[in-house]
Design a protein around this ligand. Structure first.
Ligand code: ADP
Ligand code: MG
Length: 450
């Protein structure tokens, strides 16, 4: 049982990772949970009518998939505009925060199965390894370490293994956590009033597993106590021939925060990478998705999307959903090239509207911290300018996705490794520091109000 506020916060955290910052701040962050009816329907309120429209039109798929992931079930979602919200509350009262939610027993996303995973050259080895681990449960590849860029199917594969265990080995004690959940769980036990008991419970939970899956290990913090705990958890499970599966966006040797002894543990099993899907696989993924979601979409539209979106599968799916939505709006039985053009144009528009450039970010950071442009770009090393500089670097990289080398140029010809260090430092602080979280969200807010 979890309360609604906690679950909703987790949904937002997830969305923040997958939509652009400006969209997140403008559309998602202001959403309020109004009610949760019969464990089935989630009622949300947008802060303006246009936010409601944007969300329903362009972001519904992302919203609903994040909700499915966190709540562990396919829910109906209703978005209200402010006047509908008032009406709703006057009819039903305002009691959302008291609600407790029964989260579905199966913690794995029912859509993330092996059957729904399209295999191609880019991912066939990793697929085979996951399959082998799922079928033999235990010692074949231990640990299995999967790495690859965002949106390439790592989480999908972990859930697929989990779903497989649930179906064929239901008695196995399987746990899926993100690296962050592991850390929070541990830190929470340390901070508990009955600390010894809480730490013992934590250890009982993690060390008696048959299978431990840790997603996104690159976020492991340098904090020695958490790494230490993870190290012992790992050893205990490993020595008892329990399966460990880990994912990361990069190979172990590139995770700077990782202690050497953990790195060498990770390297002792099978390390398998997952590549960007090639065109044929992208087409197959789109077809599969149409089949799962019951979208009717013309073949030339599928080819068109597959040719244009080659970065990651999440974006591929997003574009497909958008095209489907546009066809649905005009009640067409099937999406045609007309919707495809519109969807891609719309995206260009949206990017243009955001219209933020590196200078805007630098200005906003300077204003927020009350320092000058020369300070931030220059060589000063005092704490008052170093932290804002790193934040500006982080934001430019995150919002504009400008290559590190070019960011180095903006910042007075700094080396790209310095830029990378700044970015990673802020992104790791964001995981734990409330102060940093509020700096970044305030600055983003300033940018969105620009
Ligand atoms: P990652 O964890 O690597 O960032 P995800 O596992 O969250 O990526 O995948 C992003 C989306 O793309 C998910 O909806 C997932 O189902 C889908 N996806 C990724 N790879 C494939 C694939 N090979 N076949 C089908 N769907 C895929
Ligand atoms: Mg993932």
């Amino acid at each position: 049982m979890k309360d609604l506020t906690t679950l909703w916060k987790a949904v937002l955290d997830k969305l923040e990772l997958i939509v652009s910052n400006v969209s997140f701040v403008m559309w998602f962050k202001p959403l309020k949970v109004v009610d949760f009816v019969d464990n089935k329907t989630l009622i949300l309120a947008a802060n303006t009518t246009s936010a409601k429209n944007q969300l329903s039109r362009n972001y519904f798929d992302k919203l609903s998939s994040a909700v499915t992931d966190i709540f562990g079930a396919d829910l109906l979602i209703e978005i209200l505009d402010p006047s509908e919200e008032i009406e709703y509350i006057s009819l039903h009262g305002d009691k959302n925060s008291e609600k407790e939610v029964v989260v579905s027993k199966n913690p794995f996303n029912p859509k993330y199965t092996f059957d729904n995973f399209v295999v191609g050259d880019s991912n066939k080895f990793v697929y085979t390894a996951c399959r082998a681990v799922a079928e033999h449960s235990g010692v074949k590849f231990n640990p299995l370490f999967i790495y690859g860029g965002s949106g390439l199917g790592k989480t999908h594969l972990l859930h697929a293994i989990g779903n497989y265990y649930k179906e064929y080995f239901p008695t196995l004690n399987v746990l899926y956590v993100t690296c962050e959940q592991f850390a929070n769980d541990y830190i929470e036990s340390l901070g508990s009033p009955a600390k010894n008991k809480a730490v013992l419970e934590f250890r009982t939970k993690y060390r008696n597993l048959d299978v431990l899956m840790v997603d996104d290990i690159q976020f492991i913090s340098k904090k020695t106590s958490t790494q230490e705990e993870f190290f012992h958890t790992f050893n205990e499970l490993y020595q008892n021939s329990k399966q460990i599966i880990i994912t990361s966006d990069r190979p172990p040797k590139e995770i700077e925060t990782l202690a050497e002894r953990l790195r060498s543990r990770f390297t002792s099993g099978l390390i398998q990478d997952i590549q960007h899907p090639e065109l044929e696989t992208r087409i197959a993924i789109l077809r599969k998705k149409c089949q799962i979601e019951k979208y009717s979409i013309d073949d030339d539209v599928i080819d068109y999307i597959a040719e244009r979106v080659n970065s990651n599968v999440r974006e591929l799916e997003g574009m497909l959903a958008k095209v489907h939505f546009l066809a649905d709006l005009s009640s067409k039985p099937s999406a045609t090239m007309e919707e495809a053009y519109e969807a891609f144009n719309g995206q260009l528009e949206e990017e243009k509207n955001e219209g933020i450039v590196a200078d805007d970010i630098i200005d906003a950071v300077c204003k927020y911290f009350d320092i000058t442009r020369q300070d931030i770009i220059g060589k000063k090393k005092s704490k008052e300018v170093v932290e804002p500089r790193m934040i500006a670097i982080y934001l430019i990289n995150e919002i504009l996705e400008i290559p590190l080398v070019s960011i180095g140029k903006i910042f007075g010809g700094r080396d790209h490794t310095t830029i990378m260090h700044s970015r990673d430092k802020i992104s790791s602080e964001l995981k734990t520091s409330h102060k940093m979280q509020s700096f970044v969200s305030e600055i983003k807010k300033m940018l969105s109000e620009k």
